[in-house]
Structures are given as C-alpha cells and as structure tokens.
Design a protein around this ligand. Structure first.
Ligand code: AR6
Length: 184
C-alpha cells in the first residue's frame, strides 16, 4: 500500500530517495522549482541543464520529452539530504484553464515519475505541485489529480511506500490540506 501525504517545505532539501522536477520539455530549468533544484544539485544551473540534456539523449534518444516521459539525473549535491535521484517530468501548461485534457496530461506526468521510481527501486518519492506555478494550473485541480493518481498507482506499486506532495508556501499547503480533508 502506498501512502500519500502533503507536507510544507523546500523540495531541494526534502529527504526522499527520489525527488521530481517540474520540468519543461527541453529540460531547460529556467525558473521555479526546476531552477532551484538545478542550482542546489550542481551549483551551476547551466551545468545541470547540460547533464539533463545528456541524460535525455542517453535515456530517450531525443531532444525533448512528452507528458508521461521522464529523465533521471543524479542528485549530486542533494545527496547530503538522502536524495539519490532527480526524476524530470513535464506537466501541462494551463494559463489558468483546467479541463479533462490538462488533467490527463498531469496524470500521465505523475504516473511516469511513479513508474520510474518503482524501476529505480526507491521507497520514497517527493513531488512539487507540478504545473501549479509558472504553468498556471489551479492548485486544487493539481492536488486532487495527485491524490487520484497515487491511489490508482497503489494497485501496481511494489517497492514504493510513501509519496509526498511538497508545497512551498504555507498558503499552498493550507489549500492542499483543505482539498484532501474536505474534498473541495
Ligand atoms: N520546493 C517545493 N516547491 C517549490 C519550490 C521548492 N524549492 N520552488 C517552487 N515551488 P513551477 P510549473 C513550487 O513554476 O508550473 C520552470 O521554468 C511552486 O510554488 O516551478 O510546472 C520549468 O523549467 C509551484 O507550486 O513549475 C518549466 O519551464 C510548484 O513548485 C516551468 O517552470 C511548481 O511551480 C514549469 O512550470
């Protein structure tokens, strides 16, 4: 059984074996949590972009990823927190809109990362609120999609025990808690 929980914190310091990056298709890590992870892992953001693109070539043989595809990079400097892998996934761009298509793209991104975590044999994984920042998807929809997708994934999970959704601000954390507790 996989447990799902929301926590408040900075994912670049969160002690899960794998953390997920809310990336773009080209793994450019230009802003948001992607920039923060790249900076914390490698010190130099451009260097982590180079490492990410090289990993994308090796793992997928192409220059961009789709929703559901993931790329794994080493944690480098994040190892001090017990993080072993960074899994890059790409969520939908919403620009304030939310519909079934966006939800399905986010579901694919989450499932892709969860399946890769299983393949890597990790017990714990932490996600940021993918697409709820620069990509402008409503946090409530994002949180509910996380909850439903982790529940769905529970059926096929083997090594994975804990999935955390890490919210960066107290306000987002409170909103996420409200979604899980009240279903609204
Ligand atoms: N720890 C946890 N959550 C964080 C952190 C952190 N250190 N920093 C920000 N967040 P975003 P997106 C939250 O914009 O919407 C990048 O440029 C943030 O408050 O990082 O998927 C990529 O390269 C928000 O709730 O990701 C893409 O081009 C959540 O993480 C694009 O942004 C996601 O916000 C992806 O946009």
């Amino acid at each position: 059984m996989v447990s799902f929980g929301v926590v408040m914190g900075d994912i670049t310091r969160f002690p899960a074996e794998a953390i997920v990056n809310a990336a773009n298709r080209y793994l450019e890590h230009g802003g948001g949590v992607a920039y923060a992870i790249a900076k914390a892992a490698a010190g130099d953001v451009r260097e982590y972009i180079r490492i990410s693109k090289e990993a994308m070539h090796e793992q997928l043989g192409k220059d961009s990823i789709e929703h559901g595809e993931v790329v794994v990079t080493p944690a480098l400097g994040l190892e001090r927190y017990g993080i072993k892998y960074v899994i890059h996934a790409v969520g939908p761009y919403c620009g304030g809109r939310w519909d079934e298509d966006k939800k399905e793209k986010l579901r694919k991104a989450i499932l892709g990362a969860l399946r890769k975590a299983e393949e890597l044999g990790v017990k714990t994984i932490a996600f940021p609120a993918i697409s709820a920042g620069i990509y402008g998807c409503p946090l409530e929809g994002v949180v509910r999609t996380f909850q439903e997708t982790v529940e769905e994934f529970s059926q096929e999970a083997k090594s994975l025990e804990k999935v955390y959704l890490v919210l960066y601000s107290e306000r987002d954390y409170d909103r996420a808690r409200a979604v899980l507790e009240n279903g609204d």
